[in-house]
Design a protein around this ligand. Sequence first.
Ligand SMILES: NC(=O)c1ccc[n+]([C@@H]2O[C@H](COP(=O)([O-])OP(=O)(O)OC[C@H]3O[C@@H](n4cnc5c(N)ncnc54)[C@H](OP(=O)(O)O)[C@@H]3O)[C@@H](O)[C@H]2O)c1
Length: 248
Amino acid sequence: MSAEKKIFLTGGSGRMGSSLIPLLKVADWTVAAPSSSSVNILEPSTLDRFLEAFKPSVVLHLAAYTDVASAEQQKALCWQVNVEGTRNVARAANAIGARMVHISSDYVFDGEHGDYLESDTPNPSNYYSLTKVVAEEASRAAKDVLIVRTSFKESTWRYPMAFMDQFTSADYVDVIAQEFCLLLEHLELVQIDILNLVTMRKSVFELAVQRNPTLLPGSRLDAKVHIPPDVSLNISQWQELKRSFKLA
Ligand SMILES: NC(=O)c1ccc[n+]([C@@H]2O[C@H](COP(=O)([O-])OP(=O)(O)OC[C@H]3O[C@@H](n4cnc5c(N)ncnc54)[C@H](OP(=O)(O)O)[C@@H]3O)[C@@H](O)[C@H]2O)c1
């Protein structure tokens, strides 16, 4: 990447940010990831001031209200952080001419058929997902934005069981963080505005057993709540991009 490798992250203290920042530093990025107490995405002046001084080439927007269950009770806050916060970040990125990378989710889809393409129409099934769909549109306030839909799990599987009949393209956070780092390293070659960034489709059991070999297989049909059968995202575009990175 020839542009200056200077990146500003929102949500740097979160699950993805904590895995990604060390990788970015190893890859020689100058990283700024202030906590929400010093740069709050709901206070545009703190955001603008920080970006004016730091002048990153890339603004990676990870910050979000991510508690899916609590979002049903805290709709106003979830909307503010995910939608208004994203719009503030997009405007702040514009003000300094930075490229924005906005993080979205496989949850924009209902998970009824899987293998979702970037061009498929979202169909959110809860309030958090709804705000993530609207946040994608809010991020388009940035003149130069790449929306990245992803999905990741904690780096260890803490549960005694995982479903064999639920499919996903999510991966462990440390694995997806490596994919993010690769993307950021080659961002100049990415001339699209939306990308699925996950790994191959697999059952949740197949994913879980990689890190917890004593795990028991279960069925989503035995769960007390509706578990969507297939939330996988199609990764053809990402695989094609990775081939192009190797040739560059
Ligand atoms: N986890 C998943 O499985 C998953 C799946 C798909 C997509 N995603 C998306 O990936 C992104 C990162 O998720 P994550 O799981 O790493 O998040 P997380 O662990 O829940 O962390 C959320 C981050 O957002 C920050 N934040 C919240 N409100 C803020 C505000 N008003 N101003 C500034 N920062 C604020 C928090 O900072 P403080 O701690 O300082 O408040 C924290 O760093 C999110 O956009 C999420 O929607 C996550």
